[in-house]
Ligand binder design. Structure first.
Ligand code: C6P
Length: 408
């Protein structure tokens, strides 16, 4: 049984009050809160096991290494990754995609090659490819979105062709709440002889994910959005693809042999983990994955689906509101705007009621241009949010509307 009140008790921060008001935390797409178990895993690691990994033979070094490698196995299982060698720890989604754009892009892209992305990408899956294109002469092409925020798949079929070397796409949108047909995009990419990269920053925390079922070659996600600490995330890649790539960063641990004039590379995944990694954070992410596994990602998805639907319906009752993205098949977030109110002013007013939402371009400026706005407000839900919190949001928005209406 999914008992949201019991779940909430695992998250100490949810008891916080903001100027005497109960915190209503609805900025989970930016970062999630952490259960006590994750916080304790970090404390326990530092109090009892802390050492550098893969280097020492003393007891602490062995314990720290075992804890780090156990976290890797947990994360690989969580993503149904067939081979743990393909699971690379990074600082997060951004670093994971930069790794691919450098280590694969700089090596394999040539003038005239094409990278196909979508109009709805987060800057993390756009700017690294702009840099790679500039360095190699490759070109970027973009799959448009339809007016309801879903991808124009007919255009995708036309755009992905013999010049395509890589297709990159967000699995779930941090603005539109769409869940993109990345399995189909992977098929199209592979038919064209290209690779498929999935930005999973907004899917790994919220949906059951199997990289095998998605059929992708790369999948990137961030620990801090899925109950884990900041500073750790994951790139999963097919080992045979990763083997062919150049290293990303050079330094300790990623080498096999170093001579004054050249070096050879360590085995996967260590070839891509240069220097001392975020060991404690990886261990914390392992604890987060345990927590999510125990809840069951199907149950998390169902809770958020229902809450997202409820929020969409309640918000659409507000006079004059614009809701972005499709009306069904959504993840648990809603972007919106109110007439004559800047989203920043709105979120500031909501903050005074203890309601935390995000406003801005959500690191998706091209998408904002496509939507014809500079910014939106966004409420994003997670496994511990409740219908009462949606009601609190709607009530606060109604009051904000009246407040700003008085000046219109
Ligand atoms: N989005 C938000 O929407 P990092 O910062 O590396 O952990 O994640 C980057 C990222 C990549 N892809 C998508 C689809 C994302 O949503 C994000 C992060 C946050 O509020 C911050 S802009």
């Amino acid at each position: 049984m999914y008992d949201v009140e019991e779940i909430r008790r695992d998250f100490p921060i949810l008891d916080r009050r903001i100027d005497g008001k109960k915190l209503v935390y609805l900025d989970n797409a930016a970062t999630s809160q952490k259960p006590r178990r994750v916080i304790q895993a970090l404390t326990e690691y530092y109090e009892e096991h802390n050492a550098n990994i893969h280097r020492g033979v003393h007891r602490l070094a062995e314990e720290a290494t075992a804890a780090y490698e156990e976290a890797r196995r947990k994360m690989a299982r969580f993503l149904s990754a067939p081979d743990v060698r393909g699971l690379i720890f990074t600082r997060g989604t951004t670093e994971a995609i930069n790794l691919v754009a450098h280590a694969w892009g700089r090596k394999f892209l040539r003038e005239g090659d094409e990278i196909v992305l979508t109009e709805a990408e987060h800057h993390s899956n756009l700017v690294p490819w702009q840099l790679a294109a500039r360095a190699t002469g490759a070109k970027l092409r973009f799959i448009p979105i339809l007016d309801d925020g879903t991808l124009d798949m007919e255009a995708a079929e036309r755009l992905i062709g013999p010049r395509t070397r890589l297709v990159g796409c967000i699995h779930a949108s941090n603005v539109l709440a769409t869940i993109n047909p990345v399995e189909r995009l992977a098929e199209l990419a592979h038919e064209a002889g290209a690779l498929m990269l999935v930005d999973g920053a907004q899917s790994a925390p919220h949906l059951p994910v199997s990289v095998e079922a998605l059929g992708c070659d790369f999948y990137a996600c961030s620990g801090h959005k899925m109950l884990g600490p900041t500073g750790v995330g994951v790139l999963w890649g097919k080992p045979e693809v990763l083997e062919d790539m150049d290293p990303f960063l050079g330094g300790g641990e990623m080498i096999r042999e170093v001579h004054l004039d050249h070096s050879t590379w360590n085995d996967l995944p260590y070839k891509f983990e240069a220097g001392t990694m975020n060991v404690a954070q990886a261990v914390g992410l392992g604890a987060a994955v345990d927590y999510l596994d125990e809840l069951g990602m199907e149950n998390v998805r169902e809770h958020e689906r229902r809450l997202g639907e409820y929020a969409y319906r309640r918000l659409s009752e507000i006079e004059g509101i614009t809701l972005y993205g499709p009306s069904s098949d959504r993840t648990g977030l809603v972007s919106f705007s109110l007439p004559d109110v800047h989203p920043h002013d709105l979120s500031q007013l909501l903050d005074e009621e203890g309601v935390a939402i995000r406003s801005g371009h959500h690191c998706a400026q091209p998408l904002m241009r496509r939507l014809g706005v500079a910014a939106t407000a966004r409420a994003s839900f997670y496994l511990y949010n409740t219908e009462e919190e949606v009601d609190a949001l709607v009530g606060a928005l109604q009051r904000a509307r009246e407040f700003f209406g008085a000046f219109a």
